[in-house]
Design a protein around this ligand. Sequence first.
Ligand code: FAD
Length: 322
Amino acid sequence: MLDVVVIGSGVIGLTSALRLQREGARVAIVTADPPLSTTSAVAAAVWYPSGVADGSRVRAWSASTFAELARQAAGETPGVTMRTTRMLTHQDTPDVPWWGAPVSDLRRLEPAELAELAAPYAGGWEFTAPCVEMPVYLALLLDRFLEAGGELIQQRLNTLEQVRGWASTIVNASGLGARRLCDDQALHPVRGQVVLVRNPGLTTSLRVQDNSAGYTYVHPRSTDVVLGGTFDEGSWDTAVDPQTARSILRRCTALVPELRGADITGQLVGLRPARHGGVRLEADDQTLPGTRLVHNYGHGGAGVTLSWGCANTTAALIGATS
Ligand SMILES: Cc1cc2nc3c(=O)[nH]c(=O)nc-3n(C[C@H](O)[C@H](O)[C@H](O)COP(=O)(O)OP(=O)(O)OC[C@H]3O[C@@H](n4cnc5c(N)ncnc54)[C@H](O)[C@@H]3O)c2cc1C
């Protein structure tokens, strides 16, 4: 007999499931797509709370996820590393960013460091943050889940009602799928397109948020580099747009000239599960009377950054009602 059914095998579903297994729960995941076909597999995925509004819960979730991923990196968990990250701006931003608390080495870039860059920037910050290679990490999380006795069921649900009776507790980690499953019109896609190129030897992550030509980032991984990106609010288009790809390559090469001529190894599009009003992480006693239901969805551009913190809260909500 199962204790918990988790809907979704993205980073939110898998971390929730693993966290609940740690409490001794027997858990199954039901998912329309396998982990490597989710939005989570497309994520860049650098710790950084982008595309989510500031708030005490977001600060706490991102801080505890930072700590957990740093611990995993120190333990040489495959796919997780700590990497130097630079955030560059065209406007000078002297105020310490709101998300800075868990980052022990956050510092402003010196004028001399800005002067060395390939293009002019007014300001910038440097810090060390966890970076996750999602195809490796999701496969690892799935292995750990299965090794601990978990079951993965591939099935697209039309309603939450379909899983009633499977277990006493349901965790809804269906990302953008919750728009239909919960009729949640606040949930909407923010389309992200990336280009993957062979890594010419880069080790520092870079991002420029206020580039008038588009949000630009260069995130090196072990063998490739993720180049982005786009934040297309409300777009459901999952096809790669060649013109957008050219623009990404142009912007990233201007930022890091070493990328010129790098072999393209992949092009991906993912739909971030953004939600007006922020992440929905709460117990719901109304929808499936007699079943404990906890929603954990709507993480926008920060699902990896918030994942382990949200998994802790999910476990606490279930513990509080069991
Ligand atoms: C280009 C790009 C770059 C990104 N970069 C970063 C980054 O650097 N840092 C960061 O923190 N975040 C980043 N993100 C955001 C991050 O990818 C998302 O916030 C995160 O993947 C959301 O995880 P999730 O598990 O909620 O959703 P998903 O990964 O979408 O998983 C949802 C799961 O629910 C299942 N599901 C949905 N509907 C149903 C249904 N009806 N029945 C059964 N199963 C269902 C799906 O099959 C899937 O398994 C990025 C995203 C994109 C697209």
